[in-house]
Design a protein around this ligand. Structure first.
Ligand SMILES: *Cc1c(COP(=O)(O)O)cnc(C)c1O
Length: 227
């Protein structure tokens, strides 16, 4: 199921394009993750706090754990000691709690703001206006234990590639606009990352400047949620 050669050649080809491969390992076992780890991958993505925490405890310490799923404020404490990058920040309340937990552990936690681009009610994220308002708020300016690294966005789950292109293009343009406006503003911003693209649409995301692709089923095979 997992071909080590194909995972490492995918990583290699993305690396040449300046893109980091995050292997999305949700629902997969520690053993399956280790196989992919041994092919040289060090970035893994999870969408549930408890699952990430359990895998963190079992697996090698040089893994960089990415939180890619919707995160509740009351669960931040379980991942604050070790999480590498939180992709899914969608409120000031959540960010304030991440900052508080990071301070407890004397860390600065990197995060992305999740931009809502899809035509689907089920997806989380902030509008462009909400992001601009957040970044201009007095509350945001005093969060010294978090660092804004860029944006995350998920396209609509559709076969219409033109629609996916339009959505990724919107995210790319907004990314550049924010970068111009907010990068270098303070130590709390280092705006370099655009997290877009999953198994079905990462080749499109590459055309629109993604720097982090989040790939699950293409690496691990289909997920079985009944296990
Ligand atoms: C599950 C998931 C992915 C990976 O999806 P695949 O289709 O398996 O590649 C990427 N991003 C997020 C936010 C996810 O929840």
């Amino acid at each position: 199921m997992i071909s080590i050669d194909s995972v490492s050649s995918l990583q290699e080809s993305l690396h040449h394009q300046g893109v980091r491969l995050i292997a999305v390992s949700k629902t997969k076992t520690a053993e399956e993750i280790l196989q992919v780890y041994h092919s040289g991958i060090r970035d893994f993505g999870e969408n549930k706090v408890q699952e990430m925490r359990e895998k963190y405890e079992k697996l090698p310490r040089d893994i960089r754990w990415h939180m890619i799923g919707h995160l509740q404020s009351n669960k931040v404490k379980y991942i604050a000691p070790f999480v590498h990058l939180i992709h899914s920040v969608d409120s000031l309340k959540l960010l304030t709690e991440i900052n508080r937990q990071a301070a407890k552990h004397q860390r600065v936690i990197d995060y992305l703001l999740q931009l809502y681009i899809a035509k689907e009610e089920t997806k989380f994220g902030l509008s462009e206006e909400e992001i601009v308002a957040l970044l201009n708020s007095a509350e945001w300016k005093v969060l010294n234990n978090v660092r804004l690294r860029g944006l995350m966005a998920m396209a609509t789950n559709t076969d219409d590639t033109h629609q996916i292109e339009r959505e990724f293009s919107v995210a790319q343009q907004f990314f550049h606009k924010l970068k111009k406006q907010f990068d270098q503003e303070s130590a709390q911003v280092k705006f370099t990352e655009l997290s877009m693209g999953m198994s079905s649409d990462y080749t499109i995301a590459l055309k629109y400047g993604t720097t982090l692709v989040r790939i699950g089923s293409l690496i691990f095979g289909a997920r079985d949620y009944l296990k």
